[in-house]
Design a protein. Structure first.
Ligand code: PMT
Length: 219
């Protein structure tokens, strides 16, 4: 449908964790459930957008009418996201909790137990959000920031460093909010100023947030 504040627009959203392999049976990941990103994808669809959801491994059903692309690693998430943005993209929202590092080498065989300590060498992963924000054909670009302290300062710093139009900061130090829960509370920073949403259910929060984003990008 072309009705709604995002009618006729293409919205690309990343969601969930990434998984970085250590060997054929082990990986590094985090507690992201994908709930926040999936709720935003659903809300964007209801606002009239064509939605591409680039999803790490999660236990959620794809919202109706949303095109989901499944990925595992940060590098796969970057290529799938770049391809989706290549189709022409009006709004990019990065809710995924992307692993900042991956093991320098993936062992071909299962790593064997020894008596000594083990150390792991890690290399940085590409930054998907900064890569999309650096494009000349960049969409309106919204990042998320999960922080445990000095939330506002770190969020504003991320917005400036990654050249974002908007950043949504969650304080993940509060129990029951943020990672893996059904509730979230956020503070949004942009050129338009500052706004707070929640604490509320991630679905309700996603609808309000999407409404705020579409007003800001159309302003
Ligand atoms: O999935 P849920 O259980 O519902 O939880 C939601 C959430 C807490 C994961 C979500 O609301 C959230 O805060 N997501 C961002 C978490 C995060 O890892 O933030 P960060 O501060 O590491 O990254 C900042 C931003 O850069 C994020 O938009 C992230 O998607 C992006 N990023 C980070 C690293 C990287 N290599 N590529 C990226 O695109």
């Amino acid at each position: 449908p072309v009705d709604g504040p995002l009618g006729g627009r293409h919205v690309v959203i990343t969601a969930g964790p990434t998984r970085e392999a250590l060997d054929p049976v082990r990986y590094l990941t985090n507690h992201s459930s994908g709930k926040m990103g999936y709720a935003l994808a659903d809300a964007a669809r209801q606002a009239g957008a064509r939605v591409t959801l680039i999803s790490g491994p999660v236990q959620l059903a794809c919202p109706a009418g949303v095109a989901r692309i499944d990925v595992t690693t940060a590098e796969e998430m970057l290529s799938a996201t770049s391809r989706a943005v290549d189709e022409g993209c009006d709004l990019f929202v990065a809710t995924a909790a992307v692993a900042d590092y991956r093991p320098a080498e993936v062992a071909g065989d299962k790593i064997k137990k020894t008596d000594g300590t083990v150390s792991l060498s890690m290399v940085p992963n590409p930054d998907i959000l900064a890569t999309i924000a650096a494009r000349t054909d960049r969409p309106f670009t919204v990042g998320f920031a999960a922080e445990t302290r000095d939330v506002a300062a770190y969020a504003r710093d991320k917005m400036a460093r990654k050249k974002l139009d908007m950043i949504v900061a969650n304080d993940v130090s509060q129990s029951g909010l943020g990672f893996n829960s059904d509730q979230n509370a956020v503070t949004v920073f942009s050129g338009e100023g500052e706004a707070r949403f929640g604490p509320s259910d991630k679905r309700a929060l996603a609808v309000d947030l999407l409404d705020y984003i579409s007003h800001t990008m159309n302003a």
